[in-house]
Write a protein that binds this ligand. Sequence first.
Ligand SMILES: [Zn+2]
Length: 273
Amino acid sequence: MKNKKIVVALGSVFLFLSCATNPFTGKQTLALVPNSQILPMAFQQYDQFLGENKVVKGTADAQMITRVGQKISKASERWLNANGYAGYLKDYKWEYNLVDDKTVNAWCMPGGKIVFYTGILPIADGETGVAAIMGHEVAHALANHGQQRMSASQIQQVAGVATTVAASGQNEQTQQIIGTAFGLGSQLGVMLPFSRSHETEADRIGLQLMAIAGYNPDEAAELWKRMKANSGGQAPAEFMSTHPSNDTRISNLTAWSPAAKAEARKFGVTSFK
Ligand SMILES: [Zn+2]
């Protein structure tokens, strides 16, 4: 019994020693479960989600989600390569899907697995609005925010499953933890908000990604004005008004837009649609 406790304690120490650099801030962040273990679980859960939901195929909207997603992922890659993070996306398997669901939601799981819900399209109001949302969600994934909103005990549970059973045998509780941390929360009835600092970081990074992809970053503030007008309703925490307040977010996005355009110019992007 005593030995078992020691083993568990040692396991905890090792778990809490791993770090990763957030390429967008240069800051060290805890990466308690490495991507090589998290991504296969995320991919499996993504496929399961698609199997249980109505995926829209072949429509103009579905094609737009794919088109914007490809441009945002390309922008991510260009930015990372230019900033000394070549290879950062090597385990990513980008995928962009639209599901028929009136919830105002969109998310990107680690590894580039993206879902837009049809319910968010009226608020996106066109391709540039979709790009603003996509940039924000991809930024959460690139910065590994999902993992950082798991509690320590959730991390340990996921890590335990990851190391012992690999991707094939995750139990329902572990799946729920991963889903909640990475965006599927509304599907499971719980949704932890990202922290305020993570939201702000995702807004700033997302703005740069959309600009490098050729979309006008001025439109991000307009998107959040529409989100504010729609707040409440069918929106999960990620798109509700309070965190940070819509007004703070709108003024930040407005203030940061010129810097995002300047960043895009470094990549030869001079006009924005
Ligand atoms: Zn967010």
